[in-house]
Design a protein around this ligand. Structure first.
Ligand SMILES: Cc1cc2nc3c(=O)[nH]c(=O)nc-3n(C[C@H](O)[C@H](O)[C@H](O)COP(=O)(O)OP(=O)(O)OC[C@H]3O[C@@H](n4cnc5c(N)ncnc54)[C@H](O)[C@@H]3O)c2cc1C
Length: 422
């Protein structure tokens, strides 16, 4: 039959809608992640561990209890009362890999079984003396070195405030030209530490993530990260800076940085997060009387985060991206955008990342669908990890929907195991 004859009998609207429609790629449905599979999500946990997780999320879901626990913890720390006995078997064992890198081995192996990679995260915070900063630097360096020839590690990571006095970071961020001689020397030591950590990661071939922090420290962090990217990201992103989309100015920053990398001929490495210090940011802005740098509401943060994911997929030739999020919609959106633009789920330029002990249903179901996934595995002496653990407890008691979702999934898996007698 003459095709032209058939077409001439079709209504023009049909021809416009079909013949002129943009070409749609054929996609492999198995690459759409199914976040409901709890058997896969919790395969790593024994039934005993699952019940402990249930109890933990029930407890941290109670915000009153978390506030009370925080006060108790502050008092105990202030009086130097040992707190390890209470924390080790509960929050610590759920959210941390161990006190040393060696103690994290079981966690690393368990994640690798489910094709989830590790990002070792030395979690000591708030160090100020030179001796403490140097000790933290050595721990981070050891974590970077432990990735050598071990492809269970996707990245290493560090916070610049772990190797720099916070007041100095703040001063450099405000105006780097007003440093005293002594501060200038301290700043050179900070720069040398950052250079050494990034160089070690690049030499060993495992990329390093630089975490984002409070907005009043971030200009100095951005400068250090950009300098390291210019040095090490000539052909591949070996250093990643972090962009917090709860800030109103950060989508534009991501776009400018991409253009700069493109013009100067290096690959941008970027970790996208929503941001962890919202209340602190708003409180400080109100106290000091400047406009809050934070989005007016959650919807605006979500909009910019998802727009940033889209920007990264659209500029995949110039950047590598690690999406650090527990938000199901955003994770599904990135997977969908990758499929639509023909990016292989295993494309080494795109990673999904979550924190140990949270959103296993996202991590393990994404990895089963073929995506590259990694988890932060915090480690360090119990006392040192308390600020990190308190943030996790607060996050899970205050973020609407998050705890109930974790609880719902754990309960579903407990019921499934009961039904199957496993
Ligand atoms: C692998 C990984 C790495 C991370 N690294 C960093 C880092 O380097 N720096 C950092 O700051 N954080 C970091 N985070 C934490 C992150 O920024 C978020 O706090 C956390 O992941 C919760 O956001 P979400 O995308 O998972 O999900 P959601 O639960 O959807 O979002 C919660 C987040 O939305 C934002 N939000 C909530 N309410 C409002 C509101 N009323 N107005 C405006 N915004 C709102 C806040 O950022 C809040 O944390 C990291 C998280 C992960 C998983």
């Amino acid at each position: 039959m003459d095709v032209r004859h058939v077409r001439s009998r079709l209504p023009p609207s049909y021809i416009r809608a079909t013949v002129n429609a943009p070409k749609i790629r054929v996609v492999n449905k198995s690459h759409f992640p199914n976040f409901e599979n709890t058997e896969r999500a919790f395969a790593r946990l024994s039934s005993g561990q699952l019940h402990k997780a249930l109890l933990l999320f029930q407890t941290v879901g109670n915000s009153g209890l978390v506030r009370f626990g925080k006060v108790l913890m502050d008092v105990a720390l202030g009086l130097r009362i040992p707190v390890g006995w209470a924390i080790r078997p509960t929050v610590y064992s759920h959210f941390c890999g161990g006190e040393t890198i060696a103690q994290c081995e079981q966690t690393i192996a368990g994640l690798a079984k489910g094709k989830v990679h590790t990002i070792l995260d030395y979690s000591a915070e708030g160090k100020e003396t030179e001796a403490d900063l140097e000790a933290t630097f050595m721990e981070i360096l050891a974590a970077i070195q432990s990735t050598h020839c071990d492809d269970r590690h996707a990245f290493s990571v560090f916070k610049i405030s772990g190797v720099a006095p916070t007041a100095l970071l703040e001063k450099v961020s405000a105006d780097g030209n007003t440093l005293t001689n002594e501060e200038q020397k301290a700043w050179e030591r900070v720069q040398n530490r950052v250079v050494a950590l990034c160089a070690a990661a690049a030499d060993l071939g495992t990329p390093v993530l630089i975490d984002a922090e409070e907005s009043w420290l971030q200009p100095a962090i951005d400068d250090l990260a950009r300098t390291a990217m210019q040095r090490h990201n000539a052909t591949k992103a070996m250093v990643y800076n972090t962009v917090q989309l709860y800030r109103t100015d950060r989508l534009a920053y991501l776009q400018r940085l991409t253009e700069q990398a493109k013009t100067e001929g290096w690959q941008l490495g970027v970790k996208l997060v929503r941001g962890a210090y919202m209340e602190k940011e708003r409180d400080r802005a109100a106290e000091k009387g400047y406009p809050s740098p934070i989005q007016p509401n959650k919807e605006a943060t979500d909009r910019d985060f998802d727009a940033a994911l889209g920007w990264c997929v659209d500029h995949a030739h110039h950047l590598s991206c690690c999406a650090g999020s527990h938000n199901e919609k955003s994770n599904a959106l990135l997977a969908e955008k990758m499929i639509q633009s023909g990016l292989d789920p295993e494309d080494g330029r795109f990673w999904f990342a979550q924190l140990l002990g949270m959103s296993d249903h996202i991590s393990f179901n994404l990895s089963a669908a073929g995506y590259r996934v990694a988890k932060y595995v915090p480690f360090g002496p119990i006392r040192e990890t308390i600020p990190y653990l308190l943030r996790r407890a607060e996050e899970n008691s205050s973020v609407a929907g998050q705890t109930s979702r974790e609880l719902e999934l754990i309960r579903k898996e407990v019921a499934r195991r009961k039904q199957h007698g496993t």
